[in-house]
Design a protein around this ligand. Structure first.
Ligand SMILES: [Fe+2]
Length: 198
C-alpha cells in the first residue's frame, strides 16, 4: 500500500465516521498494511533527535493539519513524558521494543495546570503490534530495547495542533506538549547533495 492510497482511505473513513472508536477500528487493518510499505525504509526516517530522544518524521498532514501520519524513531532508553493526544491515534510497531505505560486521571481537569495521575498498566509493543489511543487517553512511551525502535503513528489531527498536554506525575502538573518534527526535506536535500559531490 502506498502513502497516497493510505491517505485516500483515511479521508474516506473520516468523511463517513466521527466516532474515534469506529474510526480506529477501520484504520487499524490499513495501518498494519501501510506499515509494511517499502516507502517507509528511507534511511532518514531512522534518524533520531538526540535532544528530544526520538525523531518525528512527517509523511502526511492535510492543509488544515488533520490526518497526520508520522514515522517515529526512538533512541534506546529514551521516550516521552506522560501525555494525552486530544485526537484519535493508531500506532503500529515496525522495529524494536516500545514500552507503553498507561495512566488514569483522578481529578476532573477543572483546575488549570493541575493533574492527578495514577499508573494503571503497561505493555511492550514489538513489530506488528497495534495500539489505539483516544482523545483523553494518557500514556508514556519508551524504547526499552538495545537498538533504535520505529513505529508508524496515524492521528486524526497533527499532535502539535490539538492543544494536548504533557504531565509531571510526581509534581501533579499539566502543561502544553509540542514535539519537534524533523526537517526531512532538508535531510533529503543533503543526501542528494552528498551523492552529487561523491
Ligand atoms: Fe502518545
Amino acid at each position: 500500500m502506498t502513502l497516497d492510497q493510505y491517505v485516500c482511505d483515511l479521508r474516506e473513513i473520516t468523511a463517513r465516521h466521527s466516532d474515534p472508536v469506529e474510526i480506529t477500528d477501520l484504520v487499524v487493518p490499513l495501518a498494519r498494511k501501510f506499515a509494511q510499505s517499502p516507502e517507509l525504509l528511507r534511511p532518514e526516517y531512522r534518524e533520531c533527535d538526540a535532544e528530544q530522544g526520538f525523531g518525528v518524521h512527517m509523511l502526511h498532514e492535510e492543509p488544515n493539519h488533520d490526518l497526520a501520519v508520522f514515522l517515529v524513531s526512538w533512541l534506546p532508553d529514551r521516550g516521552t513524558t506522560p501525555h494525552n493526544h486530544k485526537t484519535w491515534a493508531v500506532v503500529v510497531g515496525i522495529e524494536g521494543q516500545e514500552q507503553e505505560v498507561n495512566y488514569d486521571r483522578r481529578d476532573d481537569g477543572g483546575k488549570p495546570g493541575y493533574a492527578d495521575l495514577k499508573r494503571s498498566g503497561e505493555q511492550v509493543m514489538t513489530a506488528g503490534d497495534i495500539a489505539c489511543c483516544y482523545p483523553e487517553h494518557i500514556h508514556s512511551v519508551r524504547n526499552v530495547g538495545k537498538d533504535i525502535s520505529i513505529s508508524l503513528h496515524t492521528y486524526g489531527r497533527h499532535i502539535n495542533y490539538t492543544g494536548r498536554s504533557e504531565f509531571d506525575v510526581e509534581r501533579k502538573l499539566e502543561k502544553p506538549y509540542v514535539v519537534r518534527v524533523a526537517d526531512d526535506a532538508h535531510a533529503r536535500a543533503q543526501i542528494l547533495t552528498k551523492r552529487r559531490i561523491s
